[in-house]
Design a protein around this ligand. Sequence first.
Ligand code: NDP
Length: 328
Amino acid sequence: MSFKAVRVDKTGAGQTVGFVEAEDAELMDGDVTVRVTHSTVNYKDGLALSGQSAIPRKFPMFLGIDFAGVVESSDHPGFKPGDEVIADGFGLGETHSGGYAQKARVKGDWLVKLPAPFSRAEAMAIGTAGYTAALAVDALEAAGVSPDMGPAVVTGAAGGVGSVAIALLAKAGWSVIASTGRASEADYLTRLGASEIIDRNTLSGPARPIAKERWIAGVDNVGSHTLANLLSQTRYRGAIASCGLAGGMDLPGSVAPFILRGVRLLGIDSVQCPMGPRLSAWARLARDLDRGLLASMTQTVPFERVFDVGAAILKGQVRGRVVVEIGG
Ligand code: NDP
């Protein structure tokens, strides 16, 4: 039976991206077939949907870097028909057909069983962005920084990673400084747990090598000058988790924070993250993420609207998280 999907293909003129009625024969190799019910729109999805990015690297392919669904058939010992699962990373939507399709065939080794208490929709409200935020908070804790040492800063605060990071940090007892370009979202950020809101423009200019110490920890979604400023204003032996590049991929800074203050820069990668830390991050989300707060940062859209949301996220216009209803 055919199923609905967003397919990217490559032509001489570039990429074509659009809805298609797809066939099972188009599914890629894997030992588990999943009926996909929900996906989401992450920043990376926005780039891929634009048809002008280097995100998809196999053609033709279905886009979508994550999904939740129900196992239809499995040759993997860990999964059986009827199991509810989530998948993100491992090349989904990049080198392997992903979540913008009502059916997916993937390696069982990439799948995570839906963690209680979340529904499939809630798991995608979290999605790659929320799970990345949890990886960042885990990394900060592992680096030995704690709320009694000072505040934590979160950049790109009103976005997906930022929103979940604020909620998780606040729950863990941190005093959270939220950096945003959207002053209108101050109430939203305060409800998530931010205790101070700062204008992102104060962090977007060229950084001094070292500046007045402000925070002991941080989750950065912006990169470029913003990350350099975060580092230069980090307290002695603090740590910053680098998650994103919404403001640029460069890092125009100095080694001064590292060699004068012992500041640590922690790289966060959700895609190839091994199953151990991946499951720990989901365990943190299951334990610490208030489901009411999650609902308040989430909007739900039908599959048909995925291109609109993809365009909006690239313009920094999406607040929090978006669930895409893929199928029944
Ligand atoms: P969102 O678009 O939801 O959030 C990004 C936020 O960054 C925006 O909401 C905005 O926040 C801020 N922002 C956007 N443009 C700029 C700019 N030019 N300068 C400064 N700030 C800007 O994206 P996600 O939360 O899904 O992802 C955030 C980043 O993390 C992305 O770069 C994404 O690629 C990356 N990412 C990395 C992962 C990993 O494995 N390392 C996994 C998931 C995401 P505000 O309006 O509050 O200023």
